[in-house]
Structures are given as structure tokens and as C-alpha cells.
Design a protein around this ligand. Structure first.
Ligand code: ADP
Length: 461
């Protein structure tokens, strides 16, 4: 099959979140299965930092190769993409984001023709790429080159929809008739993701449970009705983990490599983590790790609410993250009050993240909602037991055989479950059994790629 992915970010070129991990890893798995994949993304200023060989294709297009032979095409535009941020700066979102990504989506379609890539599937990611489906179906459908292409749209987090003032609509180049309830109109504003959901042939999210949840008023962010109307083409496919990066047996950031065969070496990583974080080195105190954006969605409200109680237990907390000032302040105050309990690291630090996954006993991820979640999947592979709220991808991947799950979103329930987890931790036999089944879980990209291929095949029919 010939697949063209369109996305606004991708590892190793530009990343603000999990989207980039998916668009960086899925194409490799698809190529491994024998399919022809290309990628199209904006040619941001930061692209050069990836230190891969970049060659020029035409006046505004450059390209690099990833995997064996996956071409990544960068669409350049001095006005739109030659900036430090991807979507905004310290003042917030760039005010011309609608124009920037409308340009990106149209230019991407034209590029397909220029390089004569007759795609079977256009795989679009999130609101920044979703206009591609609307252009394809409304402005390009007369051409035989484009008319047979099918569109799959992946929703990575429906909390982000690309909503703009109504006055911006003409900049998209569509007839005003598309600005209505069955088109881009959303409470008298323009909603780019909504347009994508309407015009894509198939839609998926990044876990089966999240695919259900976004059809409810609670988690649909206003698009639940539309999604319910399209439920016959809506599904959920879990993201995979890149085990070439996240493997305790080969991880170059951790003190001592280990696997199920030599689990005792995991203890050396705990010791090293405690030392690195200036916490007492004691193997009997459970270390609770957290690597997360510090925002409400990630459960920071109930975590911060229960923090004082938590610090009174015989535990250690290693927290790595950045985010809302409100939560940073609460955590900072607690870390000052309980220096022997909390190690607070308010930054983005990949090597430390690896050490936390390897050296903690329990990984905390009490997200209020979670489309898929990567942290819980990584921690499983490192024998660090996830403790999660039952939502989205967390509900689909964690259960009593490989972790701890609470199902009422309150700080009391979170604390209750942490207490239960600590009790199990003290029972070495039970704890080892839990680690064993956690480390045996397989969330490789190969599994997810097979599911995407089945979805593409369905779309092509
Ligand atoms: P998100 O909603 O933020 O994309 P995910 O769980 O899907 O959440 O993925 C987050 C990824 O980013 C994980 O690989 C996690 O380890 C990493 N991460 C988050 N915050 C930090 C940080 N402060 N430092 C290093 N890595 C981080």
C-alpha cells in the first residue's frame, strides 16, 4: 500500500507531545511490514537541529530519509514556519495559525501531485492536518489523481480542535456554504478538527476506550454529537512504544541494564535514583515516580490535593515535569516541607525520565482523561508498576494483573489505592509476580501497525 502521512510534528524533527512520537514510529513499523510510506510536515526552523541529511527538492520543499527509505518532505514558508515555536510563543498561540495550517494542508496535496505519489491512503493527524480531508473532498475531487485517495484522520487529543473566529473562514478558500452546522461552523466559530471529522473517510483515536469516551458530553469537548453520528467509521487503536528507545536491557541512560532474567539489577537503579535525587538510599521505602506535564488533565488536581497526606506515608516521590504555575507552586511548597520525601524536578529532562522509569517501584499516572498515554506503557516494560485512573488508554492497558486502577476520580480514592499498592509492595512475593506480568506485556508498534493496516484496507474498499 502507498501511504502518505500528514502531521505538524514528528520525531526526530519537531516535537511538542505524544503526537510526534506516533508519527515518528508508526511509519517505521509500516515500512517494516513492506509498505511504501512518505511523510509531509512543515519545514520549521528547528528541523535542522535533527542533524539528519536534508536535501532540496524544489524552491520550497526539502526532504530527509528516515528508516530504510521513508522520505519526509518539509514544506517551507518564510512567513509561516520560520519561527522558533511550532504553534506559538510566550504570548500564546500564533494569531495566524489558521492561515499557517491551511497553507500547509493545501501545499501538501499539491506536493503529492508534483512528486507523483499516488497514495492509497492519506493518514492525517490532529487539527493541524485535518483540513487536508476537506480540501481533498471539496477542491481536489475532480482530478482523477486525487479522487481515489481515501483519508484516515487520527485524533490524538480531542481537547485541541483548532478553533478560530468566524471572520477567518474566508482564508480557507471554501465557499461559505461549508460554514454551517454540517460543516466547519462550531458555536459561530470555525472548527478545523470538525471539518476533518466530517470529510475524512475513517476516523480513529489512540485507544478503544477513548473512542467511546469522546462520544459522551463529558469528554467529547462539544464534538460528541458529530462523533456519535460517525460512529460506524470511528475506532480506537492503541499507540505502541518504541522499544529501541525504551528498553531497560539496552537503555544507555540508566545506571544498570536489566531484564526479567536479572531483576535484582533493577534495585541498583533505585539506589542510583535515590542518590541522584538526594533522597535517603533505602530499598524498603517505595519510590513513586511521576513523569508528566503538570496540568489538570494529568490528574494534578487530585494529586496536589492529597499530597500532604501522601507525604506522611513512608514513601518517596520523584516528580519530573513542567506545566501550570499553580501546580508547580503547590509541589514546590510540599518539596520544601518534606525534603526527605519529595524530589521535585521542574524541567524537561529525558535522561532523568529514563532513570525514573527504571528506578521507581510505582509509576503514578492519575490522569483525569488520557487518550492513550505512554508513561504507563514505558513503566510496565521497566517493571515499575503503574497506578492509574480508569480512563481512556489507561483503562485499556492497565488492570489488576499489571498495575493498580482506581475508578472514582477523587483524591481519597487515589490515596486509598496508593496505600493498597504500598501494602502489596511490602509482600515481596506478590510484588515480584506483579513485576513479572508487567514486564511481559507487549505494546510494540508492530501490533499497532497491523491494526492501522487493517483500517487502511477497510478505507480502501
Ligand atoms: P502527553 O499527553 O504529554 O503526550 P504521554 O504519556 O502520551 O503524555 O507522553 C508523554 C511522554 O513525554 C512520555 O514519554 C514521558 O516520559 C515524556 N515526558 C513528559 N514530561 C517530561 C519531562 N518533564 N521530562 C522528560 N520527559 C517527559
Amino acid at each position: 500500500m502507498k501511504i502518505a502521512m500528514v502531521a505538524s510534528e514528528m520525531v526526530p524533527f519537531a516535537k511538542t507531545g505524544g503526537l510526534a512520537d506516533v508519527t515518528g514510529a508508526l511509519p517505521l513499523a509500516l515500512e517494516y511490514c513492506g509498505h511504501e510510506v512518505i511523510l509531509i510536515m512543515p519545514g520549521y526552523k528547528c528541523i535542522m537541529d535533527a542533524k539528519l541529511k536534508i536535501s532540496r527538492v524544489s524552491k520550497d520543499i526539502t526532504t530527509a530519509v528516515i528508516g530504510k527509505n521513508i522520505k519526509v518532505f518539509f514544506i517551507e514558508n518564510k512567513n509561516y514556519f520560520n519561527r522558533d515555536g511550532l504553534y506559538g510563543d510566550k504570548n500564546g498561540d500564533y494569531p495566524d495559525n489558521l492561515e499557517r495550517f491551511a497553507f500547509f494542508c493545501r501545499r501538501g496535496l499539491d506536493l503529492l501531485k508534483e512528486i507523483n505519489f499516488s497514495a492509497d491512503i492519506l493518514h492525517l493527524h490532529d487539527w493541524q492536518a485535518s483540513l487536508t480531508a476537506a480540501y481533498l473532498k471539496n477542491l481536489y475531487s475532480d482530478s482523477s489523481f486525487f479522487s481515489r485517495i481515501k483519508c484516515v484522520l487520527t485524533l490524538h487529543n480531542i481537547g485541541y480542535q483548532g478553533v478560530f473566529a468566524k471572520e477567518e473562514f474566508p482564508k480557507l478558500g471554501f465557499n461559505w456554504r461549508l460554514f454551517d452546522i454540517d460543516g466547519f461552523e462550531f458555536y459561530n466559530k470555525v472548527n478545523l478538527l470538525k471539518g476533518g471529522i466530517i470529510f475524512a473517510d475513517f476516523i480513529n483515536t489512540v485507544s478503544p476506550t477513548y473512542a467511546q469516551e469522546i462520544q459522551t458530553a463529558e469528554l467529547g469537548f462539544g464534538l460528541e454529537g458529530l462523533l456519535r453520528g460517525r460512529k460506524n467509521v470511528l475506532s480506537g487503536i492503541l499507540n505502541g512504544v518504541d522499544y529501541s528507545v525504551w528498553d531497560p536491557f539496552t537503555d544507555r541512560f540508566i545506571m544498570q541494564n536489566f531484564s526479567l532474567a536479572n531483576l535484582e539489577d533493577k534495585a541498583l537503579n533505585k539506589e542510583d535514583l535515590q542518590k541522584t535525587c538526594n533522597l535517603p538510599q533505602d530499598k524498603n521505602i517505595p519510590v513513586l515516580g511521576m513523569v508528566s506535564r503538570l496540568v489538570g488533565q494529568k490528574g494534578l488536581d487530585i494529586f496536589a490535593g492529597g499530597l500532604n497526606e501522601l507525604c506522611k506515608l513512608n514513601v518517596q516521590l520523584v516528580i519530573l515535569g513542567s506545566g501550570d504555575l499553580k501546580y508547580q507552586d503547590i509541589l514546590r511548597a510540599a518539596a520544601e516541607k518534606y525534603p526527605k520525601v519529595i524530589s521535585l524536578n521542574l524541567k524537561f529532562d529525558d535522561p532523568l525520565a529514563h532513570k525514573i522509569y527504571a528506578g521507581s517501584d510505582i509509576f503514578l499516572m492519575p490522569s483525569q482523561y488520557e487518550p492513550c498515554g505512554l508513561g504507563q506503557l514505558i513503566s510496565l516494560h521497566y517493571g515499575t508498576i503503574p497506578l492509574v485512573f480508569k480512563t481512556g488508554g489507561l483503562a485499556d492497558t492497565i488492570n489488576k494483573n499489571n498495575g493498580f486502577v482506581f475508578s472514582r476520580y477523587t483524591e481519597e480514592e487515589l490515596l486509598k489505592l496508593i496505600n493498597q499498592a504500598i501494602l502489596v509492595f511490602k509482600n515481596k512475593k506478590k510484588w515480584l509476580a506483579l513485576i513479572n506480568s508487567a514486564m511481559k506485556c507487549n505494546f510494540s508498534w508492530k501490533v499497532s501497525a497491523d491494526k492501522y493496516l487493517a483500517l487502511y484496507a477497510k478505507a480502501k474498499k
